[in-house]
Design a protein around this ligand. Structure first.
Ligand SMILES: O=C(CO)[C@@H](O)[C@H](O)COP(=O)(O)O
Ligand SMILES: [Fe+2]
Length: 228
């Protein structure tokens, strides 16, 4: 079992006028990586930021923090090179947004970034499966993409369990409505990369929330390894 528990706060829910200091704060509170939500107002009905902001955030936090770019955009092909140049670490695109996932995976890798592949709640996990051996991470959305602070969709957990059973060492991420009250479902299903927005960023004690989420996932990983 080569994967480990990693917690990545989504800074979408933070004060957007202070994104740099919010990123620094999350890393100081024990985040393993930062999940940056890019929305273009076309693939999803909301707009956030693009590669110029990522370049500024990279300068602000330094070279080490891992930037997982959640690209909720149409035509994800067009932002690969700018995001790589801006300092993105992983480019997570939506399967629904492209007609040539194979080529896009190749381009992302050639640009030096890791590859994440996301599916919306209405997309089956069987559609993602053919690409699983070529990617670093699968993202199972647990809300409709577009907004932070939505309710966790527990009915997405069978997708996570199926992926874990088929691809035992793949990084599997969940995103949307994940926090202390929903983490155990995600951990039991087999997710190991946990995006959490509101539950972490709006907490009075983000450090404790991050630690609690990591413990829940680590315990589930340990249990799975003992059961094998
Ligand atoms: O991609 C998205 C929403 O589209 C997420 O990353 C959310 O921003 C996570 O926030 P919470 O649902 O955890 O508040
Ligand atoms: Fe996200």
């Amino acid at each position: 079992m080569s994967y480990s528990a990693k917690i990545g706060p989504s800074i979408l829910s933070s004060d957007l006028a202070c994104l740099g200091s919010e990123c620094v704060r999350m890393m100081e509170c024990g985040a393993d990586y930062l999940h940056l939500d890019v929305m273009d107002g076309h693939f999803v009905p909301n707009i956030t930021f693009g590669h110029p902001m990522v370049e500024c955030l990279r300068k602000c936090v330094g070279p080490d923090p891992f930037f997982d770019m959640h690209m909720m955009v149409s035509r994800p092909e067009q932002w690969v090179a700018p995001m790589a140049a801006a300092g993105a670490s992983q480019y997570t695109f939506h399967l629904e947004a492209t007609t040539n996932a194979g080529n896009l995976i190749k381009e992302i890798r050639q640009s030096g970034m890791k590859v994440g592949l996301a599916i919306k709640p209405g997309t089956t996990v069987e559609e993602l499966a053919p690409w699983a051996s070529q990617i670093d991470m699968a993202l199972v959305m647990t809300v409709e993409p577009g907004f932070g602070g939505q309710k966790f969709m527990e009915d997405m957990m069978p997708k996570v369990s199926w992926l874990r059973s088929q691809f035992p060492s793949l990084d599997i991420e969940v995103d949307g409505g994940v926090g202390p009250s929903t983490i155990h479902k995600c951990a039991e299903a087999g997710a190991n990369m946990i995006v959490s927005g509101n539950a972490v960023v709006s907490s009075d004690d983000p450090r404790s929330v991050i630690a609690m989420l990591r413990t829940a996932v680590s315990e589930a990983i340990q249990k799975r390894s003992l059961d094998r």
